[in-house]
Design a protein around this ligand. Structure first.
Ligand code: 5AD
Ligand code: SF4
Length: 432
């Protein structure tokens, strides 16, 4: 039997889809296939912004015809959107051909839900009051030589725009010993890059082990591999963490530190619990200790009441913090969050105009920083072959993608590339 998974949203979801694939394999779906040939189609949804939801709604709706032709094909919808208050009911009402709806808290039960579906008409299983997903699903990894490892689930921060704490539940840390065991096994299996994942990795805690201590243990595992981590909440980013980053060559000196806004007034309304100045202090701390470090970020425009002056603060932060790249978003009101009912919602045309300016500024910075690479030699971990370009590709430690030609298959290897040309976040060069 064959499966097809459609993933929306962040890295967390991409890794969760690997777990879903592992579970489907254990349930007898042994092969991945295009949607038309699949015996089960799973939608792993995201609800962080409205357009992610609309996308999923569109794609699920598009399966109506196929489902009519292939009665035996199962359609399952999981992920954040399925877990969101009232959305499961809406999904089932709108798309009566959905067979299974499962939440983010019970991914591991997917095989038993499939089993139940064989006996019952429709299966909806959401566990709203349980702590976030724990282990119990072994990932079927498709991202070699990179491997993602969850360290925390859920979030306690309640940024006023964000729905994550409502759908993913309270933050929970995995056991440090189990994380280390998983990392050791991955390194032994040949994985070359480990990315520790959590909504806010900096608030990780298992007994005495906090995030810097965990990172220290992960980077102390023997073998040649890189360590990355995301996401860091600026309020919890500490000097101790910088010390650990400095101590280990294995830890990439790239920090994803979402600022969200460059205006202290907006940051306060967002409940981010730091000011622009405090954010810039964290940036300065990192740069002082690790001068070559690079920072990427997330920025939101059009948060309720955002003035042109607030927005100018976000624009100027791009240069002041010297981001090497940034994910930029138009604020999207999410039902149930505090910001959704705030006065002063910003008209869409204003937000659209602002985000265009912001993207321009970010791209400008990215380009300027990438150009400095020309002529330098960097270490690339080769990830894949781009058939269209006829080039191998992979990342350097600070996150830029490098493209190069090679007669032999380099996937999974560390190679040295001399940069001859830069284009945005992409670098082109020759192997040396
Ligand atoms: N609207 C726009 N962007 C959002 N994000 C989270 N919630 C919203 C929202 N309601 C962004 C934040 C976060 C990233 C994962 O998504 O920038 O860091
Ligand atoms: Fe959402 Fe804020 Fe938690 Fe990130 S830290 S998941 S933005 S509530």
């Amino acid at each position: 039997m064959k499966y097809h998974i459609v993933t929306y949203g962040c890295q967390m979801n991409v890794h969760e889809s690997e777990k879903i694939a592992g579970l489907l394999r254990s349930a007898g779906y042994s092969e991945e296939a295009p949607v038309e040939e699949a015996d089960i189609v799973v939608f792993n949804t995201c609800c962080i912004r409205e357009n992610a939801e609309n996308h999923a709604f569109g794609n699920i709706g598009a399966l109506k015809k196929l489902k009519r032709q292939k009665k035996g094909m199962l359609i399952a919808v999981g992920g954040c959107m399925a877990q969101e208050a009232g959305k499961a009911e809406l999904l089932v009402r709108k798309f009566p051909f959905i067979d299974i709806v499962f939440g983010t808290h019970n991914v591991a039960e997917l095989p038993s839900l499939i089993e139940r579906k064989r006996r019952e008409k429709k299966v909806v299983s959401l566990l709203p009051d349980r702590a976030a997903t724990e282990d119990g699903a072994e990932a079927y990894r498709t991202s070699y030589p990179n491997a993602w490892v969850n360290i925390t689930y859920g979030c306690n921060n309640f940024c006023t725009y964000c729905i994550v704490p409502y759908v993913r539940g309270r933050e929970k840390s995995r056991s440090a010993d189990r994380i280390i065991e998983e990392v050791r096994a991955l390194v032994a299996a040949g994985y070359k890059e480990i990315t520790l994942l959590g909504q806010n990795v900096n608030s990780y805690r298992d007994g005495e082990t906090d995030f810097p201590a965990l990172l220290d243990r992960v980077a102390s595992v023997d073998g040649k591999f890189r360590v990355r981590f995301m996401t860091s909440h600026p309020k919890d980013f500490s000097a101790r963490l910088v010390e650990v980053m400095k101590k280990h060559d294995k830890i990439c000196n790239l920090l994803h530190l979402p600022a969200q806004s460059g205006s202290s007034r907006i940051l306060s309304l967002m409940n981010r619990r730091y000011t622009r100045e405090q954010y810039l202090e964290k940036v300065a701390l990192l740069r002082r200790e690790i001068p070559e470090a690079e920072i990427t970020t997330d920025l939101i425009v059009g948060f309720p009441t955002e003035t042109e002056e607030d927005f100018a603060g976000t624009l100027s932060l791009v240069e002041e913090a010297d981001f090497s790249s940034a994910f930029t978003f138009v604020y999207s009101p999410r039902t149930g969050t505090k910001a959704a009912t705030m006065e002063g919602q910003i008209p869409e045309e204003v937000s659209k105009e602002r985000i265009a300016r912001l993207i321009g500024r970010v791209n400008e910075n990215t380009r300027r920083k990438s150009e400095r690479y020309v002529g330098k030699t960097i270490e690339i971990l080769c990830e894949d072959f781009d058939a269209k370009k006829g080039l191998y590709l992979g990342r350097e430690p600070l996150g830029r993608m490098g493209y190069f030609a090679s007669a032999e298959n380099c996937v999974g290897k560390f190679v040295q590339m001399k940069v001859t040309r830069a284009n945005g976040v992409s670098l082109y060069g020759e192997l040396i």
